[in-house]
Write a protein that binds this ligand. Sequence first.
Ligand SMILES: Cc1cc2nc3c(=O)[nH]c(=O)nc-3n(C[C@H](O)[C@H](O)[C@H](O)COP(=O)(O)OP(=O)(O)OC[C@H]3O[C@@H](n4cnc5c(N)ncnc54)[C@H](O)[C@@H]3O)c2cc1C
Length: 309
Amino acid sequence: MVRDVIIIGSGPAGYTAAIYCARALLNPLLIAGYSYGGQLMLTTLVENFPGFPEGILGPELMQKMEEQAEKFGTEIIKRDATKVDLTTRPFKVWVEDELYEANALIIATGAKPRLLGIKGEKELLGRGISTCAPCDAPFYKNKEVIVVGGGDSAMEETLELTKHVSKVTIVHRRDQFRAQKILQERVLSNPKVNVKWSHVVEEIVGKNKVEGVILKDLKTNETYFYKCDGVFIAIGYEPNTELFRGQLEMDEKGYIKVKDYTKTSVDGVFVAGEAFDYRYRQAITAAGDGCRAALDAIKYVDELKSKKA
Ligand SMILES: Cc1cc2nc3c(=O)[nH]c(=O)nc-3n(C[C@H](O)[C@H](O)[C@H](O)COP(=O)(O)OP(=O)(O)OC[C@H]3O[C@@H](n4cnc5c(N)ncnc54)[C@H](O)[C@@H]3O)c2cc1C
């Protein structure tokens, strides 16, 4: 059975694409992944997704998106796609040894924030640990937070945080930042910011929420407790695009290259969300991309059908 469309990935981009394709009667198959629901499953309250004036819990929002996709006839497999072949038509997608084929493919495999891999991190993610200042900074009004990192994104996260918090301490393992000079200047001239140069975070401490961190001074090897209310990790993201390496054009960091909004280097393969978008990184923009990719895939499938007729 060759399907009209397969969608791989189940964050806001994948579910939105599924809702549009299902309502267009393409009977989409959504390969949602073992970590279905995407990054919002890692957070608590989402306050900037339109339609929820009181906010909505990340997992609840993703559950609603899943229900909406299913309601219109999306078939969902909650396992990972393990191999694809985009060189033949129809496109082939494997989930372990099961083969699925489709005329169009939407890639919505998202990205994952790089984490520190230290004690306390997994337990407190979404409970005082964040990887998204534009999403979570307003929760830290007049509080003290640390930012881990020294590149552009750490500077941007810091500047966003200074609008809300009383103090930001940047913890950086080197004795200078990698970020653009102009961003460094803005950060370093802000009276709310101080920097712990040549320091690393060894542990994040707290029972149900962050209470502080254990810092290590790399110059003296001294470790000590540093009180803070939140930890923003800004050491970069990794797109989940390994599966498509060698088959789709990507940039040097592995983000899929797009042309004409949603099209990839292979005709009939579309991309949505953070698998290509390293700039906006928001649920609403990912959902918007999912809508665009679906509309383009629907048009592509319709044209294919009318050529065959
Ligand atoms: C802690 C945290 C808090 C956040 N808070 C907010 C917020 O308040 N507001 C906001 O707008 N944004 C927030 N964001 C950002 C938002 O979550 C992302 O912008 C959005 O989820 C990106 O959506 P996406 O659909 O591109 O991909 P993702 O959400 O990354 O989802 C991709 C999905 O694809 C799956 N996948 C990957 N590979 C495969 C495969 N081979 N087979 C099958 N499935 C696969 C993954 O497991 C995942 O489920 C937050 C992010 C984090 C980490």
